[in-house]
Design a protein around this ligand. Structure first.
Ligand SMILES: NC(=O)c1ccc[n+]([C@@H]2O[C@H](COP(=O)([O-])OP(=O)(O)OC[C@H]3O[C@@H](n4cnc5c(N)ncnc54)[C@H](OP(=O)(O)O)[C@@H]3O)[C@@H](O)[C@H]2O)c1
Length: 275
């Protein structure tokens, strides 16, 4: 398990500390968000709510983060209705407002749509799209001026992706939703940032697919470190930016997919080994 170091440069956000909810906190990007938020933003994160299904991993993280502040464990499965009821009740009873929400729980199963079981596709749709939308809606009444939401999308959001069709479509929805919500909530002093990483090293995302990590061509070469992705996402979020793309490749993909006709971009994507 990675060691969480005391950070010398604790960052001031100018907001009173509140609750910060992080989904997907048991591994990967969510875990990294949790660590950096409680360690580097103590004036923002008064109490961290760590949400995922694997309780032992959340307990380990809670123990590691104890020197930095208070963590509450929410061992919940976001695909069950009881999780939403429990979350609703916890928020109603909470003593402080919600300063932050990080929607990092997510799964991705590559493969041609026709070859994938319907149940798996629906699970991805519900966890990667419905859950973040529902959580944003649930926390809205508890947010205050200065609150921030981070929705983890992907570079896959920038263009259609044959071989990962539903995942890319869901992430495109999350990107569009986050940017529009950011504009809607700006008058209340609330920011929403879509986070669009390249494939990542050292998360469980590929393990869940039975892989060691991003294996194909450029995907492997351009893979990113979660710590860097999160550092930039937090900085961009606190500046009120609606998008955080931490890699040069990600920015290039974003620009190319905007400039090129979809047909040309799809051929280029295949040639470059993005699928
Ligand atoms: N890895 C990449 O290459 C990559 C690239 C771009 C974007 N992303 C996005 O980044 C986000 C985080 O991915 P990651 O790479 O950090 O993957 P990860 O290490 O597999 O983390 C996924 C997290 O989601 C949680 N989760 C899964 N199903 C859940 C459920 N039903 N209820 C509650 N929590 C659930 C997992 O915890 P439990 O299993 O304990 O529930 C885990 O903490 C995802 O949205 C992913 O789409 C990943």
């Amino acid at each position: 398990m990675p060691v969480i170091r005391q950070n010398q440069a604790r960052t001031a956000t100018g907001v009173n500390p509140g609750i910060v909810i992080v989904t997907g906190a048991s591994s990967g990007l969510g875990r990294e968000f949790a660590c950096q938020l409680i360690r580097d933003y103590p004036d923002f994160c008064g109490e961290l709510w760590l949400l995922a299904r694997r309780e032992p991993l959340l307990q380990q993280l809670q123990a590691q983060l104890r020197p930095f502040g208070t963590c509450r464990i929410l061992a919940l499965d976001l695909l069950t209705e009881s999780a939403w009821q429990e979350l609703g009740q916890l928020l109603e009873q909470a003593a402080r407002p919600v300063a932050g929400l990080v929607n990092a729980a997510g799964i991705g199963r590559p493969g041609h749509f026709a070859g994938q079981p319907e149940a798996l596709q629906l699970q991805m749709l519900r966890l990667d799209a419905e859950a973040p939308v529902r959580l944003c809606h649930l926390v809205l009444p508890y947010l205050k001026n200065g609150s921030r939401i981070w929705n983890v999308a992907s570079v896959s959001a920038f263009s259609p992706q044959p071989g990962f069709a539903l995942y890319a479509a869901v992430k495109a929805m999350l990107l569009s939703f986050s940017r529009a919500l950011n504009a809607e909530l700006k008058p209340r002093g609330i920011g929403v940032t879509a986070v669009c990483p390249n494939p990542l090293r050292h998360t469980d995302f590929f393990k869940a697919q039975g892989l060691d990590g991003p294996v194909q061509g450029l995907k492997r070469l351009t893979a990113e470190e979660p710590s860097r992705v999160v550092r930039l996402a937090l900085r961009r979020g606190f500046k009120g930016k609606d998008l955080s793309v931490s890699s040069v490749w990600g920015r290039l993909i974003g620009a190319a997919s905007r400039l090129l006709p979809v047909r040309v971009w799809l051929s280029l994507e295949a040639m470059l080994g993005f699928r």
